[in-house]
Write a protein that binds this ligand. Sequence first.
Ligand code: CA2
Length: 148
Amino acid sequence: MKTVLVLNGPNLNLLGTREPAVYGSQTLADVEALCAKTCAAHGLQLDFRQSNHEGVLIDAIQEAGRAQAAGTLVGVVLNAGAYTHTSVALHDAIKGAGVSLIELHISNVHAREAFRHHSYISPVAKAVMAGFGVKGYALAIAGLADLA
Ligand code: CA2
């Protein structure tokens, strides 16, 4: 059974505790349960992680690249949080790892502040998902499953 890595960046551990108008009221544990259910429905195994640290996210992407090359991983769903808009290091890591990656945002970043309109992830992502709320995680996993 192949794995999908769902990787969450800074502050996403706070999901469901603040800003419900933007991010909804579901917690990160709820998102993990949704991802687990979606993976099971597609015969995939889930690896679900969150980190507030850029280097930890980079290590996870490098690890995912090795796993995909070994044939054990289908790809990555990445919500890089605010690092989306700042991190050349994440861009380089994704490009270097050669991993199939879906960029995900809970909110429609293009309908928000101008500083959220630019992404360092989009040019190295296979697809971009934004604005579907946390349901976007399930849609992104279904998209990756199609590649499996
Ligand atoms: O819409 C998304 O998923 C974002 O990636 C979320 C990031 C934001 O910086 C991006 O521009 C768009 C923020 C994640 C922080 O989430 C919080 C949730 C609840 C309370 C505080 C922060």
